[in-house]
Design a protein around this ligand. Structure first.
Ligand code: ZN
Length: 463
């Protein structure tokens, strides 16, 4: 159908702000070829009924962790922490198989698409079988993730994780980590193996050194050199400074806190996503921000795990870029991540609309645009919003939703982020120009949910 690649909307959020009477067109590859405002709809052109906003890139996900949400919300010892949660996560990770990972990821991506995310960066560390041996047919876990993305239409940046040690200074990995491990040469072979499959479905391949505690300095250098030989612009993501204990251990090992150590020993720049970066000195924050790296913020997971609050004030002083991720998936909702980020700042600064910007006083609009731009950069994919050359990843808000009805478009987005009544105000979602969610539902929702519940029942029964 000729007009299938066109859409007109009375209101659309473009990178420069809200525009009226916007006509969109995209090509067979799903790239926007035209974004024109102040135009009349052509007679044959489909019309959106609600405002269009860009699809959100989710810059940090461990898909399998969706399978045990709700199972770690009780006190197991007097001081429950990230580290006791991690023990439970390792128990779950210890027995899951590729078919189960595919079922969990398929459901998770359905949920993400219905909740405003159009692409995801999968920080993928569950590589081997439960004994720590490579799967005989190759990287089955990575292929399970890629299939889930393909089936659901989710945009994908696959980030195989390099994991070698259990602590700073080369402490050997322990049994709970054996499914994660590769020497550096094996990791580079894995990237070579996965590249054609990623290219074939429009996924981007990058690398995730897990953290400074899991990757010794020589391996980090060697892996980054090897990645450059495969793709010199590939994204690089790393967990960093999430926990106070990690900062203390890094100082004990090197004399420097982790972000400072990384800035002094690695070529940190716009290809990099610093995931969490929760515990930084003021100087670390502004210096890291000035490199052009993206801060990968996961507000609901950071709250769930008791990590702490990101130092946005000093990050912004360095004109820092940022995006959002759902990480452990205790919440799967792009609007809620933005809400939590802003609320953390309101509570600590005792001010309102902290993330508004000089040119954009409406905080939900400012945050959406910043998180889409930062998320796109971290994804290494053209998903930076409604502009020619970018993918046609966008969603339509439901103008009849009780939280939104009758409001101007920009206030509909504010209500979506800050007042949504805990039901979705997302009506339709397009990824790469293809309709993936209609009337709030993904076509696979029922089948994927049933498969997910079956897998979870099996995993819980085995624990
Ligand atoms: Zn993570």
């Amino acid at each position: 159908m000729k007009h299938a690649n066109r859409l007109w909307a009375a209101d659309a959020l473009l990178p420069e702000g809200w525009a009226r009477n916007v006509s969109l067109a995209w090509d067979a590859q799903g790239r926007l070829t035209e974004v024109r405002s102040d135009t009349a709809a052509e007679p044959e052109q489909p019309r959106a009924t609600g405002p269009l906003i860009p699809g959100m890139p989710n810059l940090h996900s461990h898909a399998f962790q969706r399978g045990f949400c709700g199972l770690t919300e009780y006190r197991g010892q007097t001081a429950d922490s990230f580290w006791s949660w991690r023990e439970l996560m390792y128990r779950c990770a210890g027995r899951i198989d590729p078919a189960q990972v595919e079922a969990i990821a398929t459901w998770l991506y359905v949920e993400m698409l219905e909740a405003g995310y159009a692409s995801v960066c999968e920080f993928h560390y569950l590589h081997h079988d439960p004994q720590g041996e490579p799967y005989p047919q190759g990287p089955e876990m990575a292929h399970a993730i890629l299939r889930a993305a393909e089936r659901t239409g989710m945009g994908m940046t696959l980030l195989p994780v390099l994991y070698q040690t259990s602590g700073f200074g080369g402490a050997p990995a322990h049994a709970g980590q054996r499914r994660f491990l590769h020497d550096t040469a094996a990791m580079l072979r894995l990237l070579d193996t996965l590249k054609p499959a990623c290219d074939a479905q429009g996924a981007r391949l990058g690398l995730a050194p897990h953290s400074l505690r899991a990757v010794p300095p020589a391996s980090l250098t060697e892996a980054l050199d090897g990645l450059d030989a495969i793709d010199p612009t590939a994204p690089i993501h790393i967990h960093i400074a999430e926990q106070v204990k990690e900062v203390e251990d890094c100082i004990a090992w090197s004399g420097l806190p982790p972000v400072r150590w990384l800035l002094e020993h690695a070529p940190v720049g716009p290809r990099w996503c610093l995931v969490h970066a929760t515990h930084m000195t003021a100087d670390e924050a502004t210096d890291a921000a000035r490199t052009g790296a993206v801060a990968g913020l996961c507000p609901t997971t950071e709250a769930n795990l008791g990590d702490g609050l990101f130092d946005m004030a000093h990050w912004r002083e360095g004109a820092g870029r940022w995006g959002i991720g759902s990480d452990s998936h205790s919440t799967v909702n792009a609007a809620e991540e933005l809400q939590w980020l802003e609320y953390g700042l309101r509570l600590t600064t005792r001010q309102r609309n902290v993330m508004a910007e000089a040119g954009q006083p409406h905080v939900a609009t400012a945050m959406t645009l910043a998180a889409v731009a930062g998320g796109a950069q971290a994804s290494g994919r053209p998903v930076a919003g409604l502009a020619p050359g970018q993918q046609a990843d966008f969603l339509e808000l439901e103008p009849g939703h009780v939280a939104l009805a009758g409001l101007p478009a920009r206030d509909m987005l504010s209500a979506h982020v800050f007042g949504s009544h805990r039901t979705s105000a997302i009506r339709n979602v397009w990824v790469g120009g293809r309709s993936r969610v209609r009337e709030g539902r993904h076509a696979l929702r029922d089948a994927a949910a049933a498969a997910f519940v079956d897998v979870r029942r099996t995993l819980v029964a085995a624990s």
